[in-house]
Structure formats: structure tokens, C-alpha cells
Write a new protein. Structure first.
Length: 706
């Protein structure tokens, strides 16, 4: 075992930490400075002049003219200082370690508290680099170096080490080009942001050397991040405990991805670009791989012009850098990050990697979607709160991953605490919807469903198809992914349905019920914000909608879909050609769609057959017969105060109204009753039905006795 570092000052901390290790080195450096001071003052006629360094006397000028300068090649260098451990100097007289004190044990590893040695090891610094760094750092840690440096600089106002003084203390001739190159801007000390050479207008040997305050603090044991990064760093999402594998293809792929990437990260510095389909997938994959590799990381979403400080902070702590979500103009940022080949960098983004971003290509990988383990991950996040309901069935429609699962669990607990009860499926669904950020509201009207299957009055056939639609949305990942039933060709895993039927037959209400059953919000696309008279603008608007819907857990509804999904026509002029181009775009985009989209139309024949082929289900909504109309009247009156024994059967027989019109008739009757301050009566309902006939321009049947 090598001898420990030289004894520190009496006032040094006794905990054996980084500060003590650094003071040990400075104690050895101070011996070197003492020798150089004695060597310089031996033949200096102005050594005892109290104003030395403030002016040049005649005697001092004659001494400079007739005696070699300290940096002169013919000048005798000061004798090397033997250190306490007997560390040898190399052929140039430069100690292998800063100030001669060996920071390594017998196995060649730095002592645990010697941060300078660890920094030199990580950054690939030479012995001369480390010595120069320590010499520049000394006045920032021990003020006694200031007057000594002022004396050696022959200028009491220059109390930092200059390039020439640093080389003298290392016993290196000032004309040594290799030694001077260690202070160039491209050399590791300056390129890595560890040393600054100030006042470039001065001659090279007179330029002061300064160590950034953050580096000085780090070497003394301060782990507070650089103040320049204040407000930019954010915590890296903590990966959830890995649950037992559920055996699905998605789970196995995610686990294999984490294993492979963590193995590469353990092998040394690596630059990776993780392309994600949904926001957060890349960050979750990076977090899991870093945790498996045992690496800490700095997460900075928008480093801007603070990339040098970010990389330096990563070097000081031996940490990786994670940049989630590259900006629009990613080239400058990617070039700066890929240039740091000594720091592990993981970048995420939704766009394909562009080789023009950087001459050095990172490792480009597709981040796996959703968190590994499916329902098991949610159970791990919920803990004991998952025992009261069916977690797997509740979370099936959601594609949240990574930290979003943990945040959803926290939000569900908070909602349950507010309600004063245990966590339920309703709490979890509401929390999950709020974690699914969306920009759809600028193009679509958001509906928070407040209905359920009991609100639908439909024949058995369409009702069965609607339940199947919800079933497809829940199990699409298993059927299309795990069971490999996807059609391929880049097709998505979306669920597409068409609701066809006359106005008022329940198409929009059915879409809301399906969304409610899945625990998702319903977004009704506003055609006024989509259709544009300028060529190509409609397609751009639709692309924005589909892109947002892909990254959002929601149901997308195109009401009156024949406006944009209409039949293609024979090309007779440019208008037909551009209209057909719009339809062709929609056909291609629907195939790659990953979300849930529903289309409604009053006339199925208006929808292009090519769209129909791409749909999962086509649900026909028939006009209600007398029995269904009676059920609709009774459902409408269920929560309305009305006369005892009121019977809407005659209205159901005589007035052929769809469900929407029946609801409007009940609303009219309710307003008439509210105006009188009374309950709804049979004449009120009759008046409401008659008004619906008049609105439709139909002949009102004669009055019948009830």
C-alpha cells in the first residue's frame, strides 16, 4: 500500500473528506513554491525592497540585463522538491501527480476522498494537466498563496498564477511547446471547462490562470449544482420497481431493451438518441437503463447555451446527461452534446434522427412503448390501493408509461383522500385522463362523458357492436401486438368505427358512452377549424389533429364525417384532383393511426368505400320503432317531475320521432311545466311532440284522447 498523502495543515478538517485531500496537495505545493521563492531571491538585488513589484529600479534593470531570466533556456531550474511519498518525476521534471503527492493506492485506484485524482482519471488529464490545475486553484483555497504568487510574478497586484509561473512551478521550460499546448483552447483543461486563461491581450506567459468557482467547490466537497444551471435541471423520473414479467411481447421487448442498453452504459461513455412514439417513452426507457447500469444522471430539458456548464457538471460528478425532447432546431444542441465523448449523453425526441444534426452520429434506438409489465407496473405504483378493484381492466385503454404511472397513482390517492374513501377505478381513470396532456382542444371540442350504457336505447345488434368496439380498444395491444395479428406495412394499432344512421338516432351519444366506458375524454372535431379553402391546408390541419390524438388517450369523433371522408370523384378539373388528394391523404393517415377514432354520418353511401374497408366496425343506427320510442320517452322522463300515472305510449305510437327529437320534446315539456311552477303533464308532452313535427316541416297528427 502506498503511503498516504502528506500531512495537512492543523486547521484542515479531520473527516478525511475531499477538503482534507485537497489541502494535503496544497501543502506539498506550498513547499514547491517556497523553493522557487528562495531560488528567485538568492541573486535578486531587490529582494528586500518593500516596494518590489511596484516599480523597476536601475539596479533591478541591470540585474535583468546581465542575469538569465527564470524562463531562459540557459537558466538553472530550481531543484525538484522531494515529496513525502518519494513519488518520482518524469523525464521533463514534471511530477506524475499534482505537487508530487501520490493520490493512488497500491491497486492503482484513487483514494476515495481525492476528487482531483478522480477528476483526472475521468477526464483523461495528464500529470502536467493536474499540476497546472492545482497551481491555478491554490489562491482560491488558501489565501497565503496570493502574496507568494505576487512576489513570483514580480507584480504584487497579480495574485493569481500566470502561465509562466505555473510552468516554472512544474520545472518545465517556458519554451517547451508540448507543455505550452496543455494551456491551448483545444487542450483538455480548457476544452472541458476546467481552467480559464484570462487576459488574452497579454503575452502568453503573463496571462493569469483561473479555476471556475464551481470546480473549486466540487474539489472541496460541495455537490451543489452550478448556479448557471439554476432552473434548468429537473429530477430524472425514478423507475418503478420491476414487477414479475407478464410474458407479453411488449413486456419482454421492454425488459430486453433495458438490459441491452444498461450493458452498453456500463461499458463507458456513450451517446444515444431514443426516438419515442409517445412523449415520455424515451425518458422512461433512459431512466430504467441508467438505474440498471447504476449511473446517476443530470436531466435538463432545454440547456440552451448552458451546454458547457451542463457537461462540466456531469464530468465533476461522473454522471450522465439526459436531454428529453430535442428542440425544433436540434442541430447546434446535438453537435455540442455529441462532441463530448467523455460523458454519457441520452437524448429523446419524436422525430427521426437527422444526420445533418451532427458529424458524429449517436446510437439511434427506438424507445419501447408503455411501461414494462402492463398492469403489474400499475399495481406496483398503487401498492395496497390496488386491492379494491380490477386494475388490469381499468388501465387497459391508457398508454401511459414511465413516471406518468407513478404520478397517476399519486393523483388517484389524492382524489380518494378528498372523497374520504379508498382508491377506486373512477379515481384512477380521472387521474389518468389528467396525465394525458393534449393539444387537441385547439382543433376539437372536449366532452367529459357523463353517461353510461343505461342511457342508450338501441336494438341488440348495434348495442353489441358498440360493446365490441370498447372491447377492441381495451385489448388491441394484446391482439395486434402480442398475438402478431397486425396487418404490417406500417399500420397502426388504432380502432376505427363508423356510426351511420339518421339524425337523432343516437350516434353522438353512443360515441360518448364508448368513451365513458373506456374512461377517456371525447374530442369532437370542429370541421370549421379543419376544412380550408387553400390547397393543402386541410391536410395539414388533419395531420395536427391525428398527431395529437396519437399521443393522447382520448376518443376522436368526426361528426358529419362525409364532409372530409366523402367519395372520390372522376377528375374533370383541378378541383376534383385536389379533393381526391385530400381523400388519399386521409386513407394513408388512417392506416398509421394509433388512437381511437369514430366517424358519424347520416348517409352511409356518402362515405368512400376505401374508408369503409379500413374501418374495424360499421354500426348502423336504425330509426326507432314504437317500442323503442316508448323506451326513449320513459328514459327522458326518468328524472323529470311529472304527473302520477303519465303514459307516453300514445305519443310513441302516433309521433315517429328519433331519440334526439324525443329528448327535445321532453325538454320543451319541462320548460312549460317550470314556467307554471308545476310538474310535467300529458298536454306538455303532446305540445313538445307537436313542436318537433313542426320544426321538421311535417304534418302534425290530430289530437287524440289519452
Amino acid at each position: 500500500m502506498a503511503a498516504p498523502p502528506a500531512a495537512a495543515d492543523p486547521g484542515a478538517p479531520a473527516d478525511g473528506g475531499p477538503a482534507l485531500a485537497l489541502l494535503d496537495r496544497l501543502a506539498a505545493l506550498r513547499e514547491r513554491v517556497t523553493v522557487l521563492v528562495e531560488h528567485r531571491s538568492a541573486g535578486d538585488p531587490t529582494a528586500g525592497d518593500p516596494l518590489r513589484g511596484l516599480y523597476l529600479s536601475d539596479e533591478a534593470v541591470r540585474h535583468l540585463l546581465h542575469h538569465p531570466a527564470p524562463t531562459d533556456p540557459d537558466a538553472a531550474p530550481p531543484p525538484p522538491v522531494p515529496d513525502a511519498t518519494g513519488t518520482p518525476y518524469d523525464a521533463d521534471g514534471v511530477p506524475d501527480t499534482a505537487a508530487g503527492a501520490s493520490p493512488f493506492d497500491a491497486d492503482g485506484a484513487p483514494y476515495a476522498g481525492d476528487r482531483l485524482a478522480w477528476l483526472a482519471l475521468r477526464a483523461g488529464l495528464t500529470g502536467l494537466d493536474t499540476a497546472l490545475l492545482l497551481i491555478a486553484l491554490a489562491p482560491d483555497v488558501d489565501r497565503r498563496f496570493e502574496p507568494l504568487y505576487g512576489y513570483l510574478n514580480d507584480d504584487v497586484s497579480r495574485r493569481r498564477a500566470t502561465a509562466g509561473l505555473a510552468l516554472d512551478l512544474c520545472a518545465v521550460p517556458a519554451h517547451d511547446t508540448a507543455a505550452r499546448a496543455r494551456l491551448h483552447a483545444s487542450a483538455p483543461l480548457r476544452a472541458l471547462g476546467l481552467l480559464e486563461v484570462e487576459e488574452p491581450e497579454r503575452p502568453f506567459l503573463s496571462r493569469p490562470l483561473r479555476v471556475p468557482d464551481r470546480l473549486a467547490g466540487h474539489l472541496l466537497g460541495d455537490d451543489t449544482p452550478d448556479a448557471a444551471l439554476s432552473g434548468l435541471l429537473r429530477p430524472l423520473p425514478e423507475p418503478l420497481p420491476e414487477p414479475p414479467s407478464d410474458g407479453t411481447a411488449a413486456d419482454l421487448a421492454a425488459r430486453d431493451f433495458t438490459h441491452r442498453l444498461s450493458a452498453l452504459l456500463r461499458g463507458g461513455p456513450l451517446t444515444v438518441y431514443l426516438r419515442e412514439e409517445r412523449e415520455g417513452d424515451g425518458l422512461a426507457a433512459a431512466s430504467a437503463a441508467l438505474a440498471a447500469a447504476g449511473l446517476d444522471a443530470l436531466c435538463c430539458a432545454e440547456p440552451g447555451d448552458r451546454v458547457p456548464e451542463l457537461l462540466r457538471e456531469a464530468r465533476l460528478g461522473g454522471r450522465a446527461v439526459v436531454v428529453p425532447g430535442l428542440p425544433g432546431k436540434a442541430g447546434p444542441l446535438v453537435r455540442a452534446l455529441t462532441a463530448a465523448d467523455d460523458v454519457t449523453v441520452l437524448m429523446t425526441g419524436a422525430r427521426p434522427y437527422d444526420p445533418d444534426w451532427s458529424p458524429v452520429d449517436p446510437l439511434v434506438l427506438d424507445a419501447p412503448g408503455r411501461g414494462a409489465g402492463g398492469a403489474a407496473v400499475w399495481r406496483a405504483a398503487l401498492g395496497a390501493d390496488a386491492d379494491g378493484f380490477d386494475v388490469a381492466g381499468t388501465i387497459a385503454p391508457y398508454r401511459l408509461g414511465g413516471d406518468r404511472v407513478r404520478r397517476t397513482a399519486r393523483a388517484a390517492r389524492a382524489l380518494a383522500a378528498f372523497d374520504g374513501g379508498p382508491v377506486t377505478a373512477a379515481h384512477l381513470r380521472l387521474a389518468a385522463r389528467r396525465q394525458s396532456a393534449s393539444g387537441l382542444e385547439s382543433h376539437a371540442r372536449r366532452i367529459r362523458p357523463a353517461v353510461d350504457w343505461r342511457d342508450l336505447v338501441l336494438p341488440e345488434a348495434p348495442l353489441t357492436q358498440l360493446r365490441e368496439l370498447a372491447l377492441r380498444a381495451r385489448h388491441r395491444d394484446r391482439v395486434l401486438g402480442d398475438w402478431r395479428l397486425s396487418a404490417g406495412g406500417g399500420r397502426g394499432r388504432g380502432v376505427l368505427g363508423l356510426f351511420a344512421g339518421e339524425s337523432g338516432t343516437g350516434k353522438t351519444l353512443s360515441a360518448e358512452v364508448v368513451a365513458a366506458d373506456l374512461g377517456l375524454d371525447l374530442y369532437v372535431v370542429q370541421l370549421s377549424s379543419v376544412v380550408d379553402k387553400y390547397v393543402g391546408e386541410t391536410e395539414k390541419n388533419l395531420e395536427r389533429i391525428f398527431t395529437e390524438a396519437d399521443r393522447t388517450d382520448a376518443v376522436l369523433l368526426f361528426d358529419e364525417a362525409d364532409a372530409v371522408f366523402g367519395k372520390r370523384s372522376e377528375v374533370k378539373d383541378s378541383h376534383d384532383r385536389y379533393a381526391n388528394m385530400e381523400s388519399a391523404y386521409l386513407l394513408q393517415r388512417l392506416e398509421s393511426f394509433d388512437g381511437i377514432a369514430l366517424l358519424t354520418t347520416n348517409l352511409r353511401a356518402n362515405i368512400d368505400e376505401a374508408f369503409t374497408r379500413r374501418l374495424d366496425l360499421v354500426v348502423d343506427f336504425p330509426f326507432p320503432d314504437a317500442g323503442q320510442r316508448l323506451a326513449l320517452w320513459r328514459h327522458g322522463l326518468a328524472h323529470v317531475p311529472s304527473d302520477d300515472g303519465i303514459d307516453p305510449a300514445p305519443l310513441a305510437d302516433e309521433f315517429e320521432l328519433a331519440g334526439g327529437s324525443i329528448r327535445s320534446a321532453v325538454v320543451t315539456a319541462a320548460y312549460l311545466a317550470a314556467g307554471r311552477g308545476d310538474v310535467v303533464t300529458a298536454p306538455d308532452l303532446l305540445e313538445g311532440a307537436r313542436r318537433e313535427y313542426r320544426k321538421a316541416g311535417r304534418l302534425v297528427p290530430g289530437e287524440h284522447g289519452w
